[in-house]
Design a protein around this ligand. Structure first.
Ligand code: ZN
Ligand code: ZN
Length: 229
């Protein structure tokens, strides 16, 4: 990360009293790492057109970092939402559809056979055979490959870290739902999530989301826990 870059800009502008122009670092401009700085620099430059010099100077020192962090946060959130929707959609259209072939058979024969209405939890997690992981990586790498060429390197790195975290969270929650005496049981929100997932095991045409069930509301597959279960 070019930490010194923003600072250099600021000092340069302060000493030279040139406030209205954010100088792009030409040496760094060639590397993807400077992407967010260039963007925030542009934002600050646009803002400077409308501000008095003193106000502009203050904004100039604050906004690049804020803009950069906002951009990172938005990238991470967007990545998680895409991962979460992808997981829900694959579960719905591939893992529960004959079109899914082996994935479909594994998911039904292992995950749904291990965990059915009368035994929704076990002491240790069963059914890694029914794991949809390898198939999920195909679209992930396709999207990731495109993103590598389209995004500045720093945003791409944020995206990769966010995908890994999001993916891990999906695997983690699916296990926690089915493991006896999970520590998360003490949380009402977790018990609610777990119940929504159990509805999926009782009515396999509903609640395909693992973390976010609002995708099911969008897809029209949402089913409430008390809806005749
Ligand atoms: Zn399922
Ligand atoms: Zn399950």
């Amino acid at each position: 990360m070019p930490h010194g870059h923003g600072l250099t800009d600021f000092l340069y502008q302060r000493d030279g009293a040139i406030i209205a122009f954010a100088q792009p670092d030409l040496a760094a401009a060639g590397s993807g790492l400077s992407g967010a700085w260039d963007l925030s620099g542009t934002g600050a430059m646009v803002l400077n057109w409308f501000l008095k010099p003193k106000e502009a100077l203050m904004l100039q020192t604050v906004s690049p970092l804020i803009l950069k962090l906002t951009l990172f946060l938005m990238t991470a959130v967007a990545t998680h939402l895409v991962m979460s929707f992808g997981q829900t959609f694959l579960h719905y259209k591939v893992a529960h559809h004959p079109i899914g072939g082996e994935l479909f058979r594994n998911h039904i024969n292992f995950h749904h056979a291990h965990y059915a209405d009368d035994h929704l939890v076990s002491r240790t997690y069963l059914g890694d055979e029914g794991n949809t992981t390898p198939y999920f990586f195909i679209p992930v790498f396709l999207v990731g490959g495109c993103a590598y060429f389209l995004l500045p390197l720093n945003l791409f790195v944020v995206m990769v870290i966010a995908s890994a975290a999001s993916f891990y969270a999906h695997v983690f929650f699916d296990k926690q739902y089915h493991v006896e005496g999970s520590r998360l049981q003490r949380f009402a929100w977790f018990r609610r999530q777990q119940e929504l997932h159990f509805v999926h095991h009782r009515h396999a045409n509903s609640n395909f989301g693992v973390i976010h069930f609002f995708w099911d509301k969008i897809l029209g597959t949402y089913r409430r826990p008390d809806a005749g279960a």
